[in-house]
Write a protein that binds this ligand. Structure first.
Ligand SMILES: [Zn+2]
Length: 88
């Protein structure tokens, strides 16, 4: 099995575990969304999307999951809590 086939197998099974087990708390909606993206569009495209996703739209510097605003330019950012709320 080629490497991407193994990754797709693991991703599919992790997704099933996350969907079927409500005891996972926190960010499972984002994780499931990410796994679906990787399955459908591939790991390389997901990495490119994530680089853009976690960059400030104002200045381009990296932001992290819980940032409310960019630490450099002060722009409001779309953090993981916003993303979870949008997915639910
Ligand atoms: Zn910024």
């Amino acid at each position: 099995m080629e490497v991407i086939g193994v990754w797709a197998f693991v991703a599919l099974n992790v997704r099933t575990i996350l969907v079927e087990n409500t005891w996972f708390s926190g960010h499972q909606s984002v994780v499931i969304k990410n796994l679906d993206f990787i399955k459908n569009d591939g790991l390389d495209n997901w990495l490119k999307e994530q680089k853009a996703r976690w960059s400030c739209s104002g200045c381009g510097l990296n932001i992290s999951w819980y940032d409310e605003k960019c630490g450099s330019c002060g722009s409001k950012v779309f953090n993981c809590k916003n993303e979870e709320a949008e997915l639910e």
